[in-house]
Design a protein around this ligand. Structure first.
Ligand SMILES: [Zn+2]
Length: 75
């Protein structure tokens, strides 16, 4: 049984999540990524296979499924 690297919790759920990746000088949002999510703190973990799949997909520079405008705040 694996442990959450953030909080040490051992309960996870499988979920599809979205994540922002920084590629060169722009950001892309990837949706429907299968992830293991910590039920306690929400930390998302992707398998090495999933991470590699996303990198590969983004390297291919395929046209995105859709585009969204994003507001950016500095804290
Ligand atoms: Zn956690």
């Amino acid at each position: 049984m694996s442990k959450c690297v953030i909080c040490g919790n051992q309960d996870f759920r499988r979920e599809e999540v979205e994540e922002i990746f920084h590629i060169d000088d722009h950001y892309v949002l990837v949706e429907h990524i299968p992830a293991t999510v910590c039920v306690q703190c929400g930390e998302k973990t992707f398998t090495a296979e999933t991470t590699e799949g996303i990198r590969k997909m983004l390297r291919e520079r395929r046209p995105p499924s859709r585009s969204v405008a994003m507001d950016v705040f500095a804290y």
